[in-house]
Design a protein around this ligand. Structure first.
Ligand SMILES: Nc1ncnc2c1ncn2[C@@H]1O[C@H](COP(=O)(O)OP(=O)(O)OP(=O)(O)O)[C@@H](O)[C@H]1O
Length: 983
C-alpha cells in the first residue's frame, strides 16, 4: 500500500526550488503533486517517487500560508495527514492542518543534519560552495546559452542569436543567404532558451533529407539530444502520443504534412517553440494553400515561439513570402497589397539613415530625416544633433541612437533577419567552367519535334507524364520516357549522352583526390548516372535521392564525406541541393540546370558555405544548340547567377519567365531575340538590385548584424572561454564524484567512470567508455571526436545541479591549526542561499539567481566573513574522522544552536540589499525594453500587442516574486581550532 495520502505535504528531492508540494491524487501506480509556489504539477511513479515527506516536530517554527509563523508544541495524525498544535507570534494557541503550511516553506536541512551528527567530507562542502558561487555567476552572465556551443564565434550569428533570444516568445524569419549559418543561429537560440527556462519543449520540422544532419549538428555543436521521430518509431507507442516522448522532437516535414493523424497528435501537445527549416516550401496563394503551409499555420497559432529558416524566402513567389511573414505576425502582415506598397518606403528610410552622416549643417538631410521620424525621442535626438552647442561626443551619440531608432522603428528588421555574403565577407570566389558538347542525334530529333510543336509527340510525352518544358530542359528524361521498351533497352540514354563521357574525363583530369558533387534535377537521372559511372568507368558513386530511406541517404553522404572511403563522387537529385553540408568539396557539376534561380543558388550553396577553404569550381556540361544552352546564357549573362547570390532572382523570373520559355523553344534560331531577352533581363535585374540596394536590402543588412553589439557578445563569450576557474572547478568535481581524468597532453583529457564513482554523470555511467575533453574552443572545433568543456556542458551543469539539488556537502567539520588561535575554539561557517520559487518561464536567474551569502562566526558570534575569505580558510583546514566529528558536535550542541541563530540574523541583514539590487536590475532591464517596445509599436506594426502585455505581466510577476525572496541555510561547516603542536 502506498504511504501517500491526498493533502500531505512533500518536497521534491531533486527540485527543492519547486517549494512545498501537496499530494493531489494517488492510485496504485502514480502520485500527482501540486507545487503551488512554482505553479507546477508533477506525476511520479508511486513506488519510486523522489519525494521526501515533510513533518515537523515540537519546538520547530513553521511558516503558515497566511504569512505567519507557528511554534509547534504537539502534532497529531488524522486520516494520514498531520495537524500541528502550537502558538502563533501573537501568543494565540491554534491548530493548523498541514494543508495550511506555506507553499514556499524553507527547510533547515543542513541544520537538521548537523544537529543530528551527519557530516560530509570537507571537499564536498567546498565543492558545494563553489557550485553555488559559479552557478549564480553564470546565470547572470550575458553570455548564458551562447558560450557553451562548439562553434566559431561569428559575429552576425551571435548577434542574431542574442537579439532573438532576448525577445519574449520570439517569432522570426532567419533568412541569411545560403550557407551563412541559419541552422547554427537556430541552434544557439534554442540552446539559450532551453538553458534559461524560456522554452521547455520544442518541435523541429525539417525536410527529410536534413533530419540526420540536424540531429548530429544539435548533438555535436550544442550538446542537445533531440528525439528523432518517424512513422515506424511512432507506431511503437501504440495508444500513447509519440510526440510526448521527448523534450525536443525532430521530425521530417514530408512525413508530417502527409499525415493528418500525426498532425493531430502534435497539436494535442504543449510546445513553446517551433522551428521550421527550408520554410520556402510552405507555399500559399490567395486561391490555395499548400498542405505544409496549412499544417504550420495551425501549429503556429498554438505555439508561442516560431523560427522559420530559409535562404530563399521568395522562391515560391512574393505571395508565399508574405504569407509566411503573416504566420510570424498576423496582426502586422494582413494585407498583401499594403505589404507590396511598404517596400517603396524603405528607400526613404535608408536615405534618412545615410543622411545622418551629413548632419549637422545640411538642410536637405535634416528635412529628409524630419519627414520620417514622428516621435518625441527621435525629435529630441535630432535636435541634439542639430544644436550648434552639442559637442562631438554628444553628436555622435545622438547620431548612433537615431540610426538605431530609424532602423528599429521604421525599418524591416524585427521579424526578418538576412545577412548576405557581401556584408559578412570572407567567402571564396566562384569560377564557372562551361563545357560545350555535341548534340547526339536522338536528342536532336526530340528537340526538333518539340520545336515544331508536333501534337503527336506532345501527346506521347503527356502519356508518359512529362511536360514539354521538362522535356526541353531534361532531354534524357524525355528519351527515357519515350523509349521505355525492349528495343531500346540496350541503348540507354547514358550510352550516347556526351555529358557522361565528359564527366568521366573530368574526374580523371581532376584526379581521385578531388571530391566532386554532381547534381541532376531528376531522381532517375541521378540513378542512371551512377549506373553509367559503374558500367562505363568502373566508378562506384553513391547516390542521394528522395526515394532512398533516411539511413541510405545518410550513408551515401557519409561515404562521400569520408576521406578514406575512396568515394570521389556523390550524385544527387535536386533534394541534395538543399541544406546539406558539402563544403569539404569544391567542385560542383551541374549535370543540368534548374528552372528557378533560387534553386541554382541553393545548389551552389552546398559548397559555398562557412568552412569552405577553396574557390568554388562550378562545371556545367551543356549540349550545343539545346534549350539548356539558352538557360545557361540567361543565367550567366542576364543574371550573373554563377558569380554571386542574386538578390532578385524570383522577381526576374516572374517578369521574364514566359519570354524565357519561348526562347527555350526557339533555341538559337532566334539568337537576336535571345540577345535582347538577356539584355532586358540584365537591365531589369540591375534596376531591381539598385532599388533593393537603396531600400530593403540596406535596411535588412544594417539590422541583421550590429557590429558593436556582436563584438560585445563575443567578448563576454571569450571571457568565459578564458575563465581559469572552470578547470579548477572541474578538477575538484571529478575528484569528489570519483571520475578518473587522464591527461593526454596537448590540452586533452580523457574522462572515465572511476571504480568508486558516487553518482552517474552524462556519458559517465559505470560501464561507459568515457570521452575526451578539452577546454579549448579551437581544439574542439578541429576534432569532432572530442567534447569541449564549458560552464554550459551537460557534465558541468549536471554536477552543479546534482550538488545543489541534493544535500551533498551541506555539512562538514574540519580542524584549524593556526599559530595565533588557541585550541578548542569553535567557528561556524554558514552558507545561506536565497529562496525564491518562481515559474521557470520568468527566468528569475537573470536578476536573482540562487545567491549565496557566507557568514563566518567565531565562538562569540562575531562575524569574521570580511576578514577571512573562503579560500584562505579552506587552505588551512584539516580533515577529521567522522566519529570524532560526531562526538565534537554532540558536545557543542547548545553552542551550535546559538551560533546558527546568530548566523541567520547576520545573513538576513544582507537580504534587503540583494532584493533591492535584483529589483533594480530587473526594472531597469524590463522598463527599458518595455518603453522601447511601446515607442516602437506606435510606428512599427511588427510589435505585437501580446508581446507588450506579456512583458508587462512578466515585470509585475518578477517584482512580486523577488519581493518574496527569503533565505535558507544551504550548508554549514563547523571549524574547531586545535593547538599548533597538537597531532
Ligand atoms: N559558427 C560556426 N562555427 C562552425 N561551423 C559553422 C558555423 N556556422 C556555420 N557553420 C558550418 O557552416 C555550414 C553552414 O551552416 P548552416 O548549415 O547553419 O547554414 P544554413 O544557412 O542553414 O545553410 P542553408 O542555407 O544551406 O540551409 C555548416 O556545416 C555549419 O556547421
Amino acid at each position: 500500500m502506498s504511504d501517500f495520502s491526498p493533502g500531505q505535504r512533500w518536497i521534491s528531492d531533486g527540485e527543492t526550488e519547486l517549494g512545498l508540494g501537496t499530494i493531489l491524487t494517488v492510485d496504485a501506480r502514480s502520485v500527482t503533486v501540486l507545487f503551488t509556489a512554482s505553479q507546477e504539477t508533477r506525476t511520479y511513479s508511486a513506488r519510486q517517487a523522489p519525494l521526501t515527506r515533510v513533518v515537523f516536530g515540537p519546538g520547530d517554527r513553521i511558516d503558515t500560508a497566511d504569512g505567519g509563523q507557528l511554534a509547534v508544541e504537539r502534532i497529531e495524525e488524522r486520516d494520514g495527514c498531520v495537524i500541528y498544535h502550537g502558538q502563533t507570534d501573537d501568543g494565540e494557541t491554534v491548530s493548523l492542518s498541514e494543508a495550511k503550511l506555506s507553499d514556499s516553506m524553507r527547510f533547515h536541512q543542513a541544520q537538521d543534519r548537523l544537529l543530528t551528527g551527519q557530516v560530509d567530507r570537507n571537499d564536498w562542502f567546498e565543492l558545494r560552495y563553489r557550485s553555488l558561487h559559479h552557478h549564480q555567476r553564470i546565470a547572470r552572465s550575458p553570455a548564458l546559452g551562447l558560450a557553451g556551443p562548439r562553434i566559431d564565434l561569428i559575429p552576425h550569428q551571435l548577434y542574431i542569436a542574442d537579439e532573438v533570444s532576448r525577445r519574449h516568445a520570439p517569432r522570426v524569419l532567419l533568412a541569411d543567404e545560403v550557407g551563412l549559418g541559419k541552422t547554427i543561429e537556430a541552434g544557439l537560440i534554442l540552446h539559450r532558451l532551453l538553458l534559461t527556462g524560456r522554452v521547455d519543449r520544442a518541435l523541429i520540422l525539417v525536410p527529410s533529407s536534413l533530419t540526420h544532419q540536424w540531429l548530429i549538428e544539435l548533438l555535436r555543436r550544442f550538446s542537445l539530444s533531440v528525439t528523432l521521430l518517424d512513422e515506424a518509431q511512432s507506431e511503437a507507442f501504440d495508444e500513447e502520443n509519440p510526440f510526448e516522448s521527448g523534450q525536443c522532437i525532430l521530425a521530417s516535414q514530408e512525413w508530417l504534412f502527409a499525415n493528418p493523424h500525426r498532425q493531430r497528435q502534435i497539436e494535442e501537445c504543449q510546445w513553446d517553440l517551433l522551428i521550421v527549416d527550408e520554410a520556402h516550401h510552405l507555399d500559399w496563394s490567395p486561391q490555395a494553400e499548400g498542405p505544409g503551409y496549412a499544417c504550420i499555420e495551425r501549429l503556429s497559432a498554438r505555439i508561442a515561439g516560431l523560427l522559420l529558416l530559409t535562404a530563399t524566402p521568395e522562391q515560391m513567389g512574393l505571395e508565399s513570402h508574405f504569407a509566411r511573414l503573416r504566420l510570424l505576425d498576423p496582426d502586422r502582415y494582413h494585407d498583401l497589397e499594403r505589404f507590396r506598397e511598404e517596400e517603396a518606403g524603405y528607400t526613404a528610410v535608408a536615405a534618412a539613415i545615410e543622411a545622418l552622416e551629413q548632419l549637422p549643417g545640411d538642410a536637405a538631410a535634416r528635412d529628409r530625416i524630419g519627414a520620417i521620424i514622428d516621435d518625441g525621442d527621435s525629435r529630441a535626438l535630432l535636435e541634439t544633433l542639430l544644436n550648434p552647442e552639442s559637442d562631438i561626443d554628444q553628436q555622435q551619440s545622438a547620431r548612433r541612437q537615431l540610426r538605431e531608432q530609424l532602423l528599429d522603428r521604421h525599418g524591416t528588421g524585427r521579424v526578418m533577419f538576412r545577412n548576405s555574403r557581401r556584408h559578412v565577407g570572407g567567402f571564396p570566389e566562384r569560377h564557372l567552367h562551361v563545357a560545350s558538347l555535341p548534340m547526339p542525334a536522338a536528342y536532336c530529333d526530340q528537340f526538333l519535334e518539340l520545336r515544331e510543336g508536333n501534337d503527336h509527340f506532345a501527346a506521347r510525352l503527356t502519356a508518359a507524364d512529362l511536360g514539354t518544358h521538362d522535356a526541353r530542359l531534361y532531354p534524357e528524361v524525355a528519351y527515357r520516357a519515350l523509349h521505355d521498351d525492349a528495343i531500346h533497352a540496350d541503348t540507354p540514354w547514358w550510352q550516347f549522352d556526351p555529358r557522361v563521357e565528359w564527366l568521366i574525363d573530368q574526374l580523371e583530369t581532376l584526379g581521385s583526390q578531388q571530391k566532386v558533387l554532381v547534381i541532376a534535377h531528376q531522381r532517375q537521372t541521378a540513378v542512371n548516372l551512377a549506373e553509367a559511372m559503374r558500367v562505363r568507368a568502373g566508378i562506384q558513386a553513391p547516390v542521394f535521392h528522395e526515394e532512398m530511406s533516411l539511413v541510405e541517404r545518410d550513408r551515401a553522404a557519409a561515404a562521400f564525406a569520408d576521406d578514406d572511403s575512396g568515394c570521389q563522387l556523390l550524385i544527387c537529385s535536386e533534394i541534395g541541393s538543399e541544406g546539406r553540408n558539402f563544403q569539404f568539396c569544391h567542385h560542383l557539376v551541374m549535370f543540368d540546370l534548374p528552372w528557378h534561380p533560387d534553386l541554382l543558388e541553393q545548389r551552389i550553396g552546398r559548397l559555398d558555405r562557412i568552412g569552405q577553404l577553396h574557390p568554388i569550381d562550378i562545371h556545367v556540361p551543356v549540349i550545343d544548340g539545346s534549350p539548356s544552352e539558352v538557360l545557361l546564357r540567361w543565367y550567366r549573362d542576364g543574371l550573373a547567377a554563377f558569380e554571386a547570390p542574386h538578390a532578385a532572382g524570383g522577381d526576374v523570373l516572374e517578369a521574364f519567365g514566359d519570354a524565357l520559355r519561348e526562347s527555350l523553344d526557339d533555341g538559337h534560331e532566334e539568337s537576336n531575340g535571345l540577345d535582347s531577352l538577356i539584355e532586358e533581363t540584365r537591365a531589369f535585374n540591375d534596376a531591381r538590385l539598385a532599388e533593393r540596394e537603396a531600400g530593403r536590402n540596406r535596411l535588412l543588412e544594417w539590422n541583421a548584424c550590429r557590429p558593436e553589439r556582436a563584438d560585445a557578445v563575443i567578448s563576454t563569450v571569450v571571457e568565459q572561454d578564458n575563465d581559469s576557474a572552470l578547470p579548477r572547478y572541474v578538477d575538484q568535481a571529478l575528484d569528489v564524484f570519483g571520475v578518473d581524468g587522464r591527461d593526454l597532453g596537448n590540452g586533452l583529457m580523457h574522462l572515465t567512470p572511476g571504480a568508486h564513482m558516487i553518482d552517474s554523470l552524462p556519458g559517465l555511467a559505470q560501464g561507459d567508455e568515457g570521452f575526451t575533453v578539452t577546454y579549448s574552443r579551437t581544439r574542439a572545433l578541429a576534432r569532432d571526436d572530442i567534447q569541449r568543456l564549458s560552464w554550459e556542458h551537460p557534465l558541468v551543469m549536471t554536477v552543479m545541479e546534482r550538488v545543489l539539488d541534493s544535500s551533498l556537502g551541506n555539512t562538514a567539520l574540519a580542524l584549524l591549526k593556526h599559530p595565533s588561535i588557541p585550541g578548542g575554539r569553535l567557528m561556524l561557517e554558514l552558507i545561506y542561499r536565497t529562496h525564491c520559487p518562481a515559474p521557470r518561464r520568468l527566468q528569475l536567474g537573470r536578476f536573482l539567481p540562487d545567491t549565496g551569502i557566507r557568514v563566518l562566526l567565531d565562538e562569540s558570534g562575531t562575524n569574521l566573513s570580511d576578514k577571512v575569505t573562503f579560500s584562505g580558510l579552506s587552505r588551512n583546514l584539516q580533515r577529521v574522522k567522522k566519529g570524532v566529528a560526531r562526538e565534537l558536535l554532540k558536545s557543542r550542541h547548545d553552542q551550535l544552536r546559538e551560533l546558527l541563530a546568530e548566523g541567520e540574523r547576520e545573513a538576513r541583514r544582507e537580504l534587503p540589499t540583494l532584493v533591492e539590487r535584483a529589483q533594480r536590475e530587473m526594472r531597469e532591464t524590463l522598463d527599458l525594453e518595455l518603453s522601447r517596445l511601446k515607442a516602437l509599436s506606435q510606428h512599427n506594426g511588427a510589435i505585437r500587442d501580446d508581446e507588450l502585455r506579456a512583458m508587462s505581466d512578466e515585470r509585475h510577476a518578477l517584482d512580486t516574486v523577488i519581493e518574496s525572496a527569503t533565505l535558507r541555510l544551504d550548508a554549514v561547516r563547523v571549524i574547531v581550532t586545535v593547538d599548533k603542536d597538537a597531532r
